[in-house]
Design a protein around this ligand. Structure first.
Ligand code: FNR
Length: 399
């Protein structure tokens, strides 16, 4: 992979205006109220994730909002993540009423109140001044799990101490294996419950290029020092720090990295970014404990298939060997029902809670989790499922 592809991910450059590549295209797959953005001025007025997005758009810097909102290149994959869910139809059996729904589940051995987890999301202080710790507190209140991005903008220790919910640590790998090893040691010591190795690298977003999206120097310095690059200081020039950042990360990862990582941690390991059944089998072969079926929310390579369309093949290949999770495109409780029906143990959300953070900090993230939880309960009542473990493919119409 060319280094500059990775740079955006690590905040050195970026920019764009969503969907402006082709003005004939529908620009957003998910903008039911796009022309009515003044309707929502407080988080209490939001009734769905689209409302939360509108409030985030109102409250956030344009370049930060675009950084969250947009997808790679022409955004085919971003749109397909939404449209693929729309193509799947739910066909509820009649007269199978339930009076109570149990959403509780277990993820990598951790008991959770619901199958909705917070995905690793970078740069959270760009969305709200309280950043990642605010999202961790919301996850804790809602008794779910927070997956920390190694680029979140807070240290491993800050996230660990923010609130007591179970946490996973997502790793982007420094080239310097000593730095990587020490980072993993801190993760081991800080009470994280698993490591997520993100393997779909490279981000190419026109909006970020147009907006020249980049972290302020002080945030980039903090991020690099939090990782363990202690020689990086605010006294260095922005240019030198950017140049260092562009060269610091390992883009040459291969399957051989997994045994190396295993030597340095006993934590369960999830591989994030899997779309091919063959790769899922490889992950199992290399001893992964979990797989996250994901196309990075359509932020990586445009033209990749949606996660939900990729899920059945992966379930068929490895369902008895590892825990299978899904992210990319979850916007409604029915999307969660569909993902669980097709074999996911739980889903992760990225943009919805990043919008929540931008809209109203901790309260916004909590509201997003409440909305999706309540929509999932409604979908379970309508399909006669008293427990998330009873959601299965018989609820879906076969195409
Ligand atoms: C991400 N994602 C991500 N993934 C990861 O492994 N490490 C990271 O640092 C980031 N950073 C990041 C920033 C922002 C702003 C977004 C929106 C996403 C991807 C994320 O974990 C997840 O795969 C997608 O967001 C899921 O798609 P939805 O829910 O956004 O449609």
């Amino acid at each position: 992979m060319k280094r500059r592809h990775f740079n955006q991910m690590m905040f050195s450059t970026a920019g764009h205006l969503r969907g402006s590549v082709d003005s004939n295209q529908p620009v957003a797959p998910f903008s039911p109220e796009e022309n009515n953005e003044n309707r929502i001025s407080h988080i209490d007025q939001t009734v769905n994730i689209a409302d939360v997005r509108l409030l985030a758009q109102r409250n956030m810097e344009k370049s930060s909002f675009d950084y969250v909102d947009t997808g790679s290149c022409d955004e085919y994959t971003l749109r397909d993540n939404i449209q693929a869910f729309q193509r799947i139809k739910v066909l509820p059996p009649l007269l199978t009423g339930v009076s109570r729904c149990d959403l509780s589940t277990v993820a990598m051995g951790e008991a959770l109140s619901m199958p909705i987890l917070l995905a690793p999301v970078a740069a959270q202080r760009m969305f709200h001044q309280e950043g990642g710790p605010a999202a961790v507190r919301a996850a804790s209140t809602m008794k779910t799990l927070y997956a920390m991005s190694s680029s979140v903008g807070s240290s491993v220790e800050e996230i660990a101490q923010a609130a007591p919910c179970p946490k996973w640590f997502q790793l982007y790998v420094p080239k310097d294996r000593n730095v990587t090893r020490k980072l993993i040691e801190r993760v081991n010591k800080s009470g994280f419950k698993a490591i997520v190795l993100t393997v779909d690298l490279g981000e190419w977003k026109d909006a970020d290029h147009r907006n020249k999206f980049t972290l302020p120097k002080s945030m980039l310095v903090k991020h690099l020092r939090d990782i363990g690059f202690h020689h990086i200081t605010n006294s260095m020039s922005q240019q030198d720090i950017q140049a260092f950042n562009e060269d610091a990360w390992d883009l040459n990862l291969s399957w051989d990295f997994i045994p190396w990582l295993r030597k340095h941690t006993h934590l369960p390991l999830l591989i994030k970014g899997v779309l091919r059944p063959q790769d899922a089998r490889q992950a199992v072969h290399y001893g992964a404990d979990g797989i996250i079926v994901s196309n990075h929310g359509g932020r990586r390579l445009d033209g990749m298939p949606s996660s939900i369309d990729s899920l059945p093949g992966i379930v068929e290949a490895v369902e008895n060997d590892v825990e299978i999770y899904l992210d990319s495109g979850i916007r409604r409780g029915t999307d969660i029902l569909k993902a669980l029906a097709l074999g996911a143990r739980a889903v992760l959300i990225g943009r919805p809670y990043a919008w929540g953070l931008g809209a109203a900090g901790e309260n916004g993230v909590r509201k997003v989790l409440q909305l999706l939880r309540d929509e999932l309960i409604n979908a379970m009542v309508a399909t006669g499922c008293p427990s998330v473990h009873q959601i299965n493919h018989s609820l879906l119409q076969r195409s």
